[in-house]
Design a protein around this ligand. Structure first.
Ligand code: X8Z
Ligand code: ZN
Length: 609
């Protein structure tokens, strides 16, 4: 196996004539130099392409890992070089794959050819020097976001520390300063983002997509237009549930802070939600106070039970092992980053990696001992166990059934791993602590989970608009706040500057991680949970069901995960759930008791915004 992506393999086949009908070597005009001749059969081409991409992605993952866990100008330079090389290899292969568009490739071959066109989410254009410029912009955006800081209370503060303060503060003025500070910092990313988007869009167009947004919407085994339509239809069904939660929390916030800080009608002030992006309101449970039954504060109990980051990861691994998964490889424990190092800059956004495209799986986090991070650890390990489950697939199928599946697996597991009963089982809660009532649990989960739905839609509708050229850089902030108001029902504490880059204050924007996957994941995880609880013959309410220790469910899950991306998402879904359509019904069913309760609480309020 080559250690670096190279043209060598293909060049050695250059003398073979292409005999397949309809395939020409020079369909692209004005190429600086012709590519080497294609291997003679589709199978040979695919085998070579998989080898080359395998090598180039490994190189780039390793360089990005080193950069993300030690941000310096040198590691930025190295990661940019590896990205460029991967971009160039991916581009060459994607263009060659297009030459087989009308060839008879068989089902698996056709799937692989399609995947090759989407080998990267951020495709470079063909023009000389463009891959290198794009890679440099990506690495610089990545480093700039990760090392971003602003002055708060006279001191520079990182995003992680700002998030921790925002979670706990109940002083609206402090919250506003933290919230605005992080957004003002993001503005310096705007020029690079504009340049990056122009280049990647050109690359996407050269691959036959209208723009990079359309490329992103092509990964769901249906047309990009259908993906958009599905999201609108899903939101129509989910909006009443979100609106009920929005109404309830608005009342609570207004009662807590007074109507001058949070009016009793209209949108919610975005800085009051205990989260930098208003995408998770779980930190506001103390303000929500649903009733007379106390709910244990897990942040405190984690500390009391002496949980540390490694123990949190061990507990998550133990959950997967209880389902019959093999324990994580030893390299996971030696290579992962669990805590923020004191001596260097790192990227703290949680992520999961497979460095060698096989079994060298890792996570990179700056774990804080909190309830929310406890759940995130289960989320990240979901990625790693998925990676391990499909490690024996051909390279191109070592991916999720779609990106939403990948994001949904760990969350599905966490649905069984966040109840007070489970916390007792693993020693976080002492046996004699009251577990709280059903509404309390459902409300906590709804605060954690529902606000992401409109946030995801706003974020990706904004990017689709930007990438399609419908939103110009002058209009970035105005259109962003319009979408936030429409979907999230939120407004900034004070008007935001027109020339800002507030959407860029979210990691996934400078990093070019599509966000619709998280929306899809929210729907899938309740479908998985419902199906798993059925398999476990659970009779009670779904929020009380836990699949901890259930080997039968584990075996069925592993079968679905082992498919990787070899089959359409609908087949993977049907294999585990018996139904082939992704839809919000399971999620709505899960929260039905809460919805009824919220409707009662909201009686007399002017809900909506
Ligand atoms: O980015 C993530 C994961 C990384 S794979 C922690 N999530 C989204 C976010 O934090 O914005 C998980 C939930 C949504
Ligand atoms: Zn994830």
């Amino acid at each position: 196996m080559a250690t670096k992506g190279s043209f060598k393999g293909l060049a050695s086949l250059a003398t073979m004539a292409i005999t397949l009908v309809g395939i020409s070597q020079h369909v692209f005009a004005a190429e600086p130099q012709p590519y080497p001749a294609l291997p003679v059969t589709i199978d040979a081409f695919l085998a070579q392409a998989e080898n080359d991409l395998d090598a180039a992605t490994q190189e780039s993952s390793r360089a990005e890992w080193v950069h993300a866990t030690n941000i310096t100008p040198d590691t930025e330079w190295l990661s940019s070089l590896a990205r460029e090389r991967l971009g160039t290899v991916g581009l060459r292969i994607a263009r060659q794959a297009a030459e087989f568009d009308s060839a008879n490739a068989g089902a698996a071959g056709r799937r692989k050819l399609d995947l090759l066109k989407r080998a990267t989410n951020v495709p470079p254009p063909y023009e000389a020097g463009a891959a290198s410029r794009l890679a440099a912009l990506q690495s610089s955006l990545s480093g700039d976001y990760a090392t971003g800081s602003f002055v708060y209370d006279g001191q520079p503060i990182s995003l992680g520390d700002a998030e921790a303060l925002l979670a706990k503060t109940r002083d609206p003025e402090a919250a506003r300063l933290l919230w605005e500070g992080w957004r003002d910092n993001a503005k310096r990313l705007k020029p690079d983002y504009i340049a990056m988007a122009a280049l990647a869009n050109q690359g996407a167009r050269e691959l036959g997509y209208a723009d990079m947004g359309e490329l992103w919407r092509s990964g769901y085994d249906r047309s990009p237009a259908q993906v958009e339509a599905d999201i609108d239809a899903d939101w129509d069904k989910l909006r009443p549930l979100y609106a009920a939660l929005h109404c309830f929390m608005r009342t609570k916030l207004s009662e807590k802070y007074g109507p001058s800080v949070q009016p009793r009608t209209g949108p919610i002030r975005a800085h009051l939600l205990g989260n930098m992006w208003g995408q998770n309101w779980g930190n506001l449970f103390d303000i929500a106070k649903p009733g007379p039954v106390e709910r244990p504060d897990i942040d405190t109990y984690l500390q009391k039970a002496n949980y540390d980051p490694e123990r949190m990861v061990k507990s998550a691994e133990n959950f997967y092992v209880s389902l019959g998964f093999d324990p994580l490889p030893a390299s996971f424990w030696t290579s992962s980053q669990f805590v923020k190092p004191r001596d260097r800059s790192v990227d703290c956004n949680p992520s999961a990696w497979t460095i060698d495209n096989r079994r060298d799986v890792r996570i990179k986090m700056c774990i804080r001992v909190t309830r929310s991070q406890f759940t995130t650890v289960y989320h990240e390990l979901g990625h790693d166990f998925y990676n391990l489950a499909y490690a024996d697939q051909p390279f191109l199928f070592r991916r999720g059934a779609d990106e939403g599946f990948h994001e949904g697996i760990g969350d599905f597991i966490a649905l069984s791993a966040t109840s007070p009963a489970y916390y007792k089982e693993i020693g976080i809660l002492p046996p004699d602590v009251a577990e709280g009532d059903d509404i309390g649990q459902l409300l906590q989960e709804a605060l954690d989970k529902l606000p992401l739905l409109p946030f995801a839609i706003a974020l990706d509708k904004w990017r689709w608009g930007v990438l399609a050229g419908k939103i110009s850089p002058d209009d970035y902030n105005r259109s962003w706040w319009k979408l936030v108001a429409e979907y999230q029902g939120m407004v900034p504490p004070r008007p935001r500057p027109d020339d800002g880059f507030d959407a860029g204050a979210k990691y996934h924007v400078p990093e070019n991680v599509p966000y619709i996957s998280y929306l899809k994941a929210r729907l899938y995880q309740y479908q998985f949970h419902e199906a798993a609880c059925r398999m476990a013959k659970w009779k009670g309410p779904l929020h009380r069901c836990s699949i901890y220790g259930n080997k039968e469910v584990g075996e069925r899950l592993r079968k679905m995960l082992a498919l990787g991306g070899s089959r359409p998402n609908s087949e993977a879904l049907a294999m585990f759930t018996g139904k082939s359509d992704a839809d919000p019904r399971a999620m709505l069913a899960y929260y039905r008791p809460l919805m009824q309760w919220l409707d009662k609480q909201n009686a007399g309020e002017r809900c909506g915004w």
